[in-house]
Design a protein around this ligand. Structure first.
Ligand code: SF4
Ligand code: SF4
Length: 377
């Protein structure tokens, strides 16, 4: 077989800066979503980076060429220094996106964040049904608080994205998610099918939708795009296990995104710590530029050289980059394998059967995200 990788022109994508910095300011969160992408072993408050280190990280990110900062967590508004962090990002001309669950952010605090230079808010909504919202997030009275915040965001003139994480318990209410996003004046609705990492991995059987639910959701999205496309952008990616091709996870390893976790470790994606043998540099010990360009963890799956067949000679190898390394590790125990979400993977049929089997069985109870470690199965 022709080795297309060997004949491809040399590329050094890591000489390009990352577009986005995902700043995981804290793992603390008032909610306890069973699909949270945070690791099973959460970083406790006393191990979080102090303000001055985050400000240095922002300066180094801007110097590296980063354009957008996603302020995330956990719940980033639990950091009392958030205004200072936003102000520094604004001074550095970085675009700031606050990713929040919206249950503890008052209109007054939002005003302070806007005054500091906040550009955009992404609000997670666990369900459009109040009871479902509380049950999924493990937090009472969550939906009215979220709606109040969404209205305050729009009143402040900020663009708003509604982040709907969907799974077997709420996928059938997708039409109402669309209606809610329209009613709130959101610019974008991100229909984020659960990705099975972190807490979602231990809750997979409780969350896996059926193929019928998925087909219905695709039809809803198509209709909504046709009707409301000029008012509301809708993102929708087919959930991994039912996909034909995998998603271009983090747009390629070490290519577009740099993640700084609450304790200062710097990762190519938020689940990269699940791959054995990788060590992650600490932002207190190394500059971000060195970590991005030189650190072994960022080099490990960068470019195309690491790929095996069928990815190595596949025409899609620079579109989806072989899918997700963490998913290949989680499902096959081999981070170099083709992501089994891909229909060209020899393991795809087995993974699809697993999804169908889990979706057909009654859902087990949630294992809620908590600070105490949980053993992965
Ligand atoms: S997914 Fe839920 S628990 Fe995790 S950070 Fe977001 S709101 Fe908090
Ligand atoms: S074989 Fe690899 S590169 Fe080709 S579509 Fe599948 S995952 Fe992507």
């Amino acid at each position: 077989m022709t080795d297309l990788v060997a004949s491809a022109p040399a590329r050094e994508p890591w000489r390009e800066p990352p577009l986005g910095l995902l700043a995981e300011l804290t793992h603390r969160c008032p909610l306890a979503c069973p699909y949270c992408s945070n690791p099973l072993e959460l970083v406790a408050r006393d191990r979080e980076l102090p303000t001055e280190v985050w400000l240095r990280v922002l300066r180094q990110a801007a110097e590296l060429g980063v354009l957008q900062v996603h302020l995330s967590g956990g719940e980033p508004t639990l950091r009392t220094d958030l205004e200072t962090i936003v102000a520094e990002a604004r001074a550095l001309e970085l675009y700031t996106n606050l990713i929040t669950a919206g249950v503890g952010l008052s209109a007054r605090r939002l005003e302070a964040l806007v005054a500091a230079g906040l550009d955009h808010v992404q609000l997670s909504v666990q369900d459009v049904d109040p009871e479902g919202c509380d049950r999924i997030g493990g937090f009472k009275g969550s939906l009215p608080r979220k709606l109040e915040l969404a209205r305050a965001v729009r009143a402040a003139g900020l663009p708003l994205t509604i982040n709907a994480v969907v799974h077997r318990h709420n996928l059938d209410r997708l039409e109402r998610f669309v209606e809610l996003a329209l009613e709130l004046g959101a610019d974008r609705l991100e229909v984020a099918n659960v990705q099975y990492y972190g807490w979602a991995w231990v809750n997979r059987a409780a969350l896996m939708p059926t193929r019928a639910q998925l087909d219905h959701a695709v039809a809803v999205v198509e209709r909504a795009r046709a009707t409301w496309g000029d008012r509301l952008a809708i993102d929708f990616v087919v959930p991994d296990y039912y996909a034909k091709h995998p998603k271009p996870c983090v747009s390629g390893w070490g290519r577009a995104v740099i993640v700084v976790s609450p304790d200062g470790r710097v990762l190519p994606c938020h689940a990269a710590h699940t791959i054995p043998g990788l060590t992650f540099a600490d932002v207190r010990e190394r500059p971000l530029r060195w970590i991005w360009q030189e650190s072994p963890a960022f080099q490990r799956f960068r470019g195309l050289e690491w790929m095996r067949e069928p990815c190595r000679s596949c025409p899609r190898r620079e579109i989806d980059f072989g899918g997700c390394r963490c998913q290949a590790m989680a499902l096959l125990g081999d981070p170099e394998a083709t992501d089994p979400a891909c229909s060209l993977s020899p393991e795809h049929g087995r993974i699809l059967a697993l999804a169908e089997q889990e979706a057909a069985a009654p859902p087990p109870p949630f294992r809620y995200r908590r600070l105490e470690p949980v053993a992965a199965e």
